[in-house]
Write a protein that binds this ligand. Structure first.
Ligand SMILES: [Zn+2]
Length: 261
């Protein structure tokens, strides 16, 4: 758009500009194929303001979301992605891993007011058992308030080939039991997404995910997710950008660039 030169003849520039604009608007929908609908998934962990590299202070998180909004991005939910009701290239899906209790405040004070419905990737072993984690009641409240829930293993094991070879039964349980427990503790929930702990996976992991009824899985490799989901290269390797202390400038420029292309 910035390369378009408007005619400068006095009195005609405004109407010419309108004509150019109308032509661009008419052209845009036709030039977008389904493959062009893009979602950028961001991965967060906690919003405590502590020293951990994966922790993003709440005010910083708020300004990151505001920045994306100011650049024309909208926020979509995991349900939107699954239902294929996403359009355009400037869509953000917020994914928050692990079930830290700081999600509660972040949802109440930042996400809900901005219309952000995050996907919470949870491993049941810590829920209601560790002081840093959400309780089942809190998780259920978040779900009823508009958050989606994904499985993130049961014990947060690294789902690599070595784990499978060491203990195939436990490997399968890690995948099956996370979904089963979430669905049992949160009645009415149907878990269809898996989020690989630390992004670690192997071909056998994907095979077991398919057998256990998962529809898709998220990594921490950078890139755009395409909507509808079936158009992705591999639905069991959907990309995400893991936001850490100090990498926001790199991530936001990468997303801006990818959303324009
Ligand atoms: Zn994790």
């Amino acid at each position: 758009m910035r390369h378009v030169k408007f005619p400068t003849a006095p009195g005609r520039s405004f109407s010419s500009a309108l004509l150019v604009l109308a032509a661009l608007l008419a052209f845009t929908p036709a030039s977008l194929s389904a493959a062009d609908h893009k979602v950028f998934a961001l991965c967060y962990h906690s919003f405590l303001g502590n020293k951990f590299p994966s922790d993003i202070p709440l005010e910083e998180f708020r300004s990151q979301m505001a920045f994306l909004k100011s650049r024309g991005f909208g926020f979509v939910s995991y349900a939107d992605l699954v239902n294929g009701t996403v359009s355009g290239t400037r869509n953000i899906l917020v994914v928050i891993d692990d079930g830290n209790h700081s999600v509660l405040r972040a949802y109440r004070e930042v996400m809900k007011p901005m219309g952000i419905r995050p996907l919470l990737a949870v491993y049941p072993n810590v829920i209601g058992r560790k002081s840093y984690a959400l309780t089942w009641e809190q998780l259920d409240g978040l779900r009823k308030g508009g958050c989606d829930i994904a499985a993130h293993g049961y014990y947060h094991e690294l789902m690599n080939r070595e784990f499978y070879e060491r203990d195939p039964r436990q490997f399968v349980r890690e995948i099956a039991r996370s979904k089963e427990t979430l669905e049992e503790k949160l009645p009415g929930l149907k878990v269809s997404a898996f989020v690989y702990p630390n992004g670690v996976r192997a071909d056998i992991t994907k095979k077991v995910l398919r057998e256990e009824g998962y529809a898709c899985a998220f990594t921490i490799n950078w890139g755009a997710t395409v909507s509808p989901l079936a158009r992705n290269r591999d639905v069991l390797e959907l990309p995400r950008y893991m936001v850490m202390k100090g990498n926001w400038n790199m991530i936001s420029s990468a997303i801006l660039k990818a959303s324009a292309g």
